[in-house]
Design a protein around this ligand. Structure first.
Ligand code: ATP
Ligand code: MG
Length: 566
């Protein structure tokens, strides 16, 4: 590709509103442009990178026997009503009407469409298992589109769906897909971890997220420093191995704690450590109220609470609700003498403490010398808190550390949820009608592109790994007004292209400094510079990522690059 004949609008300055490195560099190096919030155009370089990633995805999908399809982005609202997600999904679902005022959806994902096709076209177990996938534009009206391609409102996803007549068959496809995802992200060049994740309200069970390690990641990964255990922090189990306090129980007493609201304020006021206070939070769980009790230095994990109670929704009660039910507002709540209709659930750590403090359900009053087994004996105990760095790894090996991650993919066992909602039935080998069993699997293709840039850049621009770089070789002619330079450049461009290399050829009439700066920004792995030594047939070869540099005779160039790239 001749640079004089393509569109690579590089920018000297960092755009003011771009926070993430990938957003900055992809804009500055001319890969993408924002059209409006969360919506981007992929310019020629950006499109080439996408195609590289997509090609890797296709190869790995084909290897596990998945079939590529292309499903409509525009979907009938009726399907979404059938699945229940028309109401459940809220404002993230992009809704629109046609000229007859019928409701439509711009697909954020395709479980409904796939299930409806299976319902209509797969009648017998003989057709199962079956895996379909597509690479397609998705739409989600994200509350906070940000970080460029990392969280768009329109983005490119590879989504796959497997359909089965048994859970063993689903397990097999899940494993295949998990392995394929591991190969894809390895080939793309990412430093990633597959982590145990939360299945949310999707009705499924097993699920893993693939996380590219990065500071801008919005998810926290808890991993062991000594084993391959890794989980989304939402899911990481905390072992119940607390040392029981040996203190003898002191008599329960009330103390005034005027205007002391937070755990820290109360602890400072009463002169004890944070972990010597109990934190009480009132939650609305589906239709009932639950008071959670954790140690003052621990945080309640709402997802664990939801799982423990097998609830659909968990939200913090309002202050008015706590006043109505417990007789006090936030900051003075506690389990002692709470009304019967409020269920009390304590984190395991609470069972081990003695003579601690907690709210007294009177504004500005706390109890001292609280002993859980004596003072609120009816409570239930569970693993309720977020894991912390330094906690033992749940697999019994090593200590937990945290890292930030970008979710680049997810594999998910859906089970029969959508099949039952949409009536996707088949005849099993006994001739009996049953709902199909499904798995679904996604990769954020455009997000993956940004995640690679998060991991591969330096202070001058992008440093693509060769497998996903838009071109393999950047050929620069420093002074294209000089005949011998231009002629050698043209000759090498042709030779390298004929030898099968993907070459971006900077044949523009620009100053050398501009060409070098643009080349660093764009980040193609190998740079060949035709400059002053052109008359002797000598060019300079530089590796973008490492800065390694050698001089090479033009006749040896194809061999040199073949060694490096093939
Ligand atoms: P997130 O938690 O980041 O919002 P998600 O779990 O809702 O993502 P999935 O429904 O699992 O996303 O979609 C599959 C994949 O699509 C994700 O793993 C992610 O890589 C990608 N993806 C999801 N939302 C976006 C988005 N707004 N912009 C870019 N990629 C996205
Ligand atoms: Mg996900």
């Amino acid at each position: 590709m001749r640079q004089s004949k393509t569109l690579i609008p590089t920018m000297k300055e960092t755009p003011a509103d771009a926070e993430a490195a990938s957003h900055q560099w992809l804009l500055r190096a001319g890969y993408i442009r924002q059209n409006f919030s969360g919506v981007y155009s992929f310019l020629p370089l950006g499109k080439r990178v996408l195609q590289k990633i997509e090609a890797i995805v296709r190869e790995e999908m084909d290897k596990i026997g998945a079939n590529e399809v292309l499903l409509p982005a525009l979907q009938s609202a009726d399907l979404w009503r059938e699945s229940g997600r028309w109401d459940k999904m809220g404002p993230e679902l992009m809704r629109l009407n046609d000229r007859h005022e019928r409701d439509f959806v711009l697909g954020p994902t395709h479980e409904e469409v796939v299930t409806s096709i299976i319902r209509d076209e797969v009648k017998s177990y003989k057709k199962l298992p079956l895996t379909l996938y597509q690479i397609q534009t998705k739409f989600r009206d994200e509350r906070r589109p940000r970080f460029g391609l990392l969280r768009g409102r329109e983005f490119i996803m590879k989504d796959a769906y497997s359909i089965h007549d048994s859970f063993e068959s689903l397990d097999q496809s899940y494993q295949d897909m998990y392995q394929a995802y591991s190969r894809i992200f390895t080939r793309v060049g990412l430093d990633f971890r597959a982590v145990i994740a939360d299945s949310g309200a999707m009705g499924g069970k097993d699920t893993h997220e693939f996380m590219a390690l990065s500071k801008v990641g919005e998810d926290t990964i808890a991993f062991s420093d000594q084993s391959d255990y890794a989980a989304n922090i939402e899911m990481a189990e905390v072992l119940d191995i607390y040392q029981q306090s040996t203190e003898s129980m002191l008599p329960l007493t009330k103390v005034d704690t005027p205007n002391q609201k937070t755990m820290k304020e109360v602890a400072d006021y009463l002169g004890h450590r944070l972990e010597e206070g109990l934190k009480s939070l009132l939650f609305k769980v589906d239709d009932r109220f639950v008071l959670t009790i954790t140690r003052g230095d621990h945080e309640v994990n709402e997802i664990k609470l939801r799982h423990f109670l097998q609830a659909e929704s968990v939200e913090l009660a309002t202050e008015q609700e706590t006043i109505d039910l417990l007789g006090a507002g936030f900051g003075s709540l506690g389990p002692i003498n709470a009304p019967d209709q409020v269920e009390i659930i304590c984190d395991y750590a609470v069972r081990a403490v003695a003579n601690v403090t907690c709210g007294a359900n009177e504004q500005g009053v706390h109890y001292k010398n609280v002993n859980p087994t004596r003072d609120f004996p009816t409570a239930t105990y569970a693993d309720l808190r977020f894991i912390q760095e330094g906690d033992p790894s749940p697999d019994g090996r090593g200590t937990i550390r945290f890292a930030e991650g970008i979710e680049i993919g997810q594999v998910f066992k859906l089970g029969k949820h959508y099949a039952e909602k949409l009536g996707a039935q088949y005849l099993n080998d006994q001739g009996k009608s049953e709902a199909v069993i499904m798995g679904c699997y996604g990769i954020g293709v455009s997000r993956t592109m940004a995640a690679v840039v998060e991991q591969y850049h330096d202070e001058r621009g992008i440093t693509w790994p060769a497998q996903v770089a838009p071109f393999q070789v950047h050929l620069l002619v420093l002074n294209s007004k000089k005949d011998e330079q231009r002629e050698l450049g043209d000759k090498l461009y042709e030779e390298l292209s004929n030898a099968g290399f993907e070459v971006l050829y900077d044949d523009r009439h620009e100053r050398a400094g501009v060409k070098f700066a643009d080349s660093d920004l764009i980040g193609i792995p190998h740079r060949i510079t035709v400059g002053k030594l052109a008359s002797e047939g000598i060019v300079e070869c530089k590796v973008r990522a490492t800065g390694e540099q050698i001089e090479c005779h033009q006749s040896k160039l194809v061999d040199y690059l073949s060694d490096l790239l093939k």
